[in-house]
Ligand binder design. Sequence first.
Ligand code: UDX
Length: 458
Amino acid sequence: MSEVPPIHVALLPSAGMGHLTPFLRLAAMLVHHNCHVTLITTHPTVSKSESDQISKFHSSFPQVNQLHFHLLPPSDASATKADPFFLRFEAIRSSSHLLPSLLSSVSPPLSSFVYDMTLISPLLPVADSLGVPHYILFTSSATMLSFFSYFPTVSASLPTLNDVEIPGVSSIPRSSIPPMLLVPNSLFGNIFNEDGPKLTKLHGVLINTFEELEAQSLEALNGGKMVKELPPVYAVGPFVPGEFEKEDQRGAPLKWLDDKAKGSVVYVTFGSRTAMGRDQMREIGEGLVRSGSMFLWVVKGKKVDREEEEEGLEGLLGLELVEKIKERGLVVKEWVDQREILDHEAVGGFVSHCGWNSVVEAAWYGVPIMGWPLGGDQKINAEVVSNKGWGVWNKDWGWEGENVVKGEEIGEAIREMMNDESLRIKAAEVKEAARKAISVGGRGEVTLQKLIEKWNKF
Ligand code: UDX
């Protein structure tokens, strides 16, 4: 009897750490399930932090012979449009015709193709021609997926729309709709409008979430009221954050945390894309000092980097504030490995923009969240956290740049989070459920296993 060739899955992420990270984690899970994985990215629009992350992932991975990498050529789109997301989108669109010959020649033969949620329109015709089942990885929450699929139904009436009532899912207030969707003809608005109706053409949607976190949305998406419009939704999360660096490579932030009391430190960061203005940065600094907690604050973003290059942290925040900060906190400018911070027992709270990967990581490590959603899907994600009872967020703070939230208010909100025992208890429950979901026999693990068996039969 001839031997069945191993499963081979091609993965194609979009730009940004928030998209690349879950693809790398999915790759690791698939390799762990004995699949081969080909990861396709583009050059040179892969940013420094992305290529660092890919090579770190590559070199730290033991089953290297099961992992293959392929770079698509760069886009000839105008270099003046420097937004990495746009460039990646264009690079993928302009070189998608290369995929059939690339993917038909891989060894072992291709079993399935998983691409980013934002790439349905450019990749659907190609994916259809490959003769294998194809899926998107939706890199946000299931609640956001329900909004994504429902958006074209309401988009024509957006100027006058109030709350969006999604069948079977809680309603999304107008104030939580991603602001970029309210701008006529925005890149994302067009993607949502064009791609929502195309979901039915996929073999399914993979998503980094788990039943206990989003039961209601998952039920609505899978066999609930939204079933007619959607292919199967596979909740294969939470994606395991992965292995850490060796002991002797632990960076300064971890060493700083080492002598702090259990649960005493607030970790503050706003994801990989956000760049706050100077006024808001100063108020955050004031708020952290007023909160009374120790804190680890990752300050980054294009605006801040530029200003810092010219004038340093003292110039940005003022000498007096920097002195006060030094008494209670550590400010870090470079990229830190967030997983390691959230895993540290000194960390007792997380001030987060609620990017979905950050939310799932906080669930995995059982850390309470004070959500400060700033754009995109983040208010919808923050609501998932607060519904679950392991986090809070202030709905009056608006989107990034709408208001400058005062230090007094920020300090008070952090103090409330750090003193709220119920958040801590809920966070521990969510952590337990997260780990159970992907342990042997857990729902996420079984779902992934069944999917792989399906590819095998195909
Ligand atoms: C964005 C959206 O907010 C997210 O919901 C969407 O689905 C993908 O795009 P982003 O803003 O980058 O993502 O945030 P997040 O989803 O939290 O992803 C950031 C990733 O980078 C996380 O895995 C986080 O652990 C990692 N990170 C971030 C670090 O390791 N170090 C840092 O200093 C900052």
